[in-house]
Design a protein around this ligand. Structure first.
Ligand code: ATP
Ligand code: MG
Length: 160
């Protein structure tokens, strides 16, 4: 279905607000006000963002901030989800998209999970013609970027 991606992100973010409330985590959101039309499967992309956000939450320190930021470019929309967690060493960053990969076995065991979340997210984003990137600084935090091709700015009204 083609719909405004900003509206979809606000729906997701409203749900995350509720999740974060009793975890002492603050959420910041920066979503452009103008319409951004993307052709997407909302169930699948909800799963993508849920996976990324559940990681961000899992690794956030008490009282930390998670930021959801969307940018509209010429032909695509880029959504970044940032946390203030432990980060991932440079040499391990690309591996997080592999099935069953977990950076720190001991830490990952304590926090649960199978190591499939990001592998599935990557598959689903690529299925939409997009891609997923990671930017992380060890002991500083992590940002996951989801980039999706974008069908252009459209107004709901009639255009000459
Ligand atoms: P699952 O998502 O299947 O429950 P998981 O969270 O361990 O398990 P992924 O979501 O694929 O698996 O993440 C893979 C690994 O990447 C994690 O185990 C963790 O080591 C690392 N990782 C992912 N996101 C973050 C993050 N925001 N901060 C630090 N490490 C992360
Ligand atoms: Mg996960």
């Amino acid at each position: 279905e083609t719909r405004d991606f900003g509206t979809f992100l606000h729906e997701m973010a409203d749900r995350y607000d509720m999740m974060f409330k009793d975890r002492g985590i603050t959420m910041e959101r920066w979503i452009p006000g103008r319409a951004m039309y993307v052709d997407f499967d909302s169930d699948k992309l909800a799963q993508v963002f849920d996976n990324i956000v559940s990681n961000a939450l899992k690794y956030s320190p008490e009282g930390g901030t998670i930021t959801l930021q969307a940018d509209a470019r010429d032909d695509r929309v880029v959504v970044g989800i940032s946390d203030e967690g432990p980060g991932i060493p440079e040499e391990n960053q690309e591996k997080v998209f592999e099935r069953f990969y977990r950076v720190d076995k001991a830490r990952a065991r304590n926090l649960g999970g199978t190591g499939l979340g990001l592998a599935i997210a990557k598959e689903m984003v690529e299925g939409h013609g997009g891609w997923i990137d990671i930017e992380s600084e060890y002991s500083r935090g992590t940002t996951l970027y989801v980039t999706l091709p974008y069908t252009g700015f459209q107004s709901a009204g009639v255009e000459a």
